[in-house]
Write a protein that binds this ligand. Structure first.
Ligand code: SAM
Length: 350
């Protein structure tokens, strides 16, 4: 299968049955090989620099009831919070002083955070920090709303499609949610001009190899600028509390497949991967990831944004832990980049 991995690197795709075999029969030696190839591609494009994004979790209130998510509407056991505009701007200030040049505003689909409010927040951040990128990750909105946020100064949007297969989508979400609507949102975001991110949870309940192949082929067609791949991790207060986590091996295999298929994409080593394994962040980077997203949220709220059990938000996962992060990265030959780190299409053949 090594030849397939070489071909994936040069031709940036494989046939579905080749993906199937790679996903089901990848042993430790082959995993090391594909991780190495993907790391090489990442080093060729980005050097040994890792972009940092300051993650601000603006609200854990959500109108949706996704079966996997700890902040789902139907979880009565979490203390809900919503940051004020002042608090969000304060997070940006602290982040800016620490060297962050991208702020990611993420949250549940909170009806109290109206379009007007978000637009105002984006406008104010844009005014205050003209040299920074603003990334939003606030779920599904109308095209008109996405346009308003874009005009107010947002540059990027993260919206994982979670799974391309509609039947699998329905296993993960209640009937009122629709995979098609989510895909339409992604198309709208791309059309408007956002640097758009999508992705999946690896090992989500009911996920089959066929589903993953559909995800790979969908992402190949969409050509997103950012690709978020992290393991599914159970949360104790959700219908999936007893479901097993995704694995590190499958996650880093997929990270490498996506890096080889999308050499220019911005791909984070996710917090979920760092939560699953103590060396998860490093394994992600050594498999081709080039972004990390330390937590900039106020410390007293962080524990309340619990998407899954034991979500990491301290140490190297936190903005105040940048020195620890720098050390961890140095130990594997990498450095933090404080550049904005926009998407640039890589044109050189190699
Ligand atoms: N509401 C926005 C949305 O739907 O895109 C943003 C917030 S949502 C909590 C962000 C991401 O968290 C989701 O796209 C999902 O992939 C991830 N997530 C939620 N629950 C998770 C879990 N149990 N394990 C791993 N990732 C999870």
């Amino acid at each position: 299968m090594k030849q397939w991995i070489d071909r994936l690197r040069w031709e940036r795709t494989l046939r579905p049955e080749e993906f199937r075999q790679l996903l089901t029969e990848c042993d430790a030696e082959l995993l090391r090989y594909i991780n190495k190839q993907a790391q090489e591609v990442s080093l060729l494009h980005f050097g040994n620099k890792i972009y940092i994004r300051g993650l601000i979790e603006i609200s854990n209130c959500c109108r949706n009831n996704c079966y996997y998510c700890g902040i789902r509407k139907g979880n009565p056991n979490i203390e809900r919070y919503r940051l004020t505009q002042e608090s969000i701007l304060d997070c940006c200030k602290q982040g800016y002083e620490s060297g962050f040049r991208t702020f990611v505003l993420q949250g549940g689909e909170d009806p109290v955070l109206t379009d007007d409010k978000i637009e105002r927040i984006v406008t104010n951040i844009r005014q205050e920090y003209p040299d920074c990128a603003i990334t939003l990750s606030l779920g599904e909105k109308s095209r008109n709303t996405y346009e308003r946020f874009f005009k107010a100064g947002a540059n990027r949007y993260l919206l994982r499609h979670e799974t391309y297969n509609e039947a699998h989508y329905q296993q993960l979400h209640p009937a009122e949610m629709s995979g098609k609507r989510r895909l339409q949102c992604l198309q709208d975001l791309k059309d408007i001009g956002y640097q758009t991110g999508t992705g999946i949870m690896v090992g989500s309940p009911g996920q089959t190899v066929e589903d993953i192949i559909e995800d790979i082929l969908f992402i190949e067609r969409l050509r997103p600028e950012m690709i978020g791949i992290g393991p599914f991790l159970p949360h104790h207060d959700t219908p999936f509390a007893q479901c097993p986590s995704g694995t590190v091996a499958q996650t880093v295999l997929l990270l490498s497949i996506f890096r080889l298929m999308h050499p220019s994409a911005l791909i984070p080593a996710t917090t979920a991967l760092a939560t699953l394994a103590s060396d998860g962040r490093e394994r992600g980077i050594l498999a081709g990831a080039n972004v990390v997203m330390p937590n900039l949220s106020p410390r007293e709220e962080r524990k309340k944004y619990e998407l899954y059990n034991d979500k990491a938000s301290l140490g190297a996962e936190s903005a105040e832990g940048l020195i620890a992060l720098q050390k961890q990265l140095n130990a594997i030959g990498y450095e933090i980049s404080t550049e904005r780190g926009d998407f640039i299409q890589y044109t050189t053949d190699y």
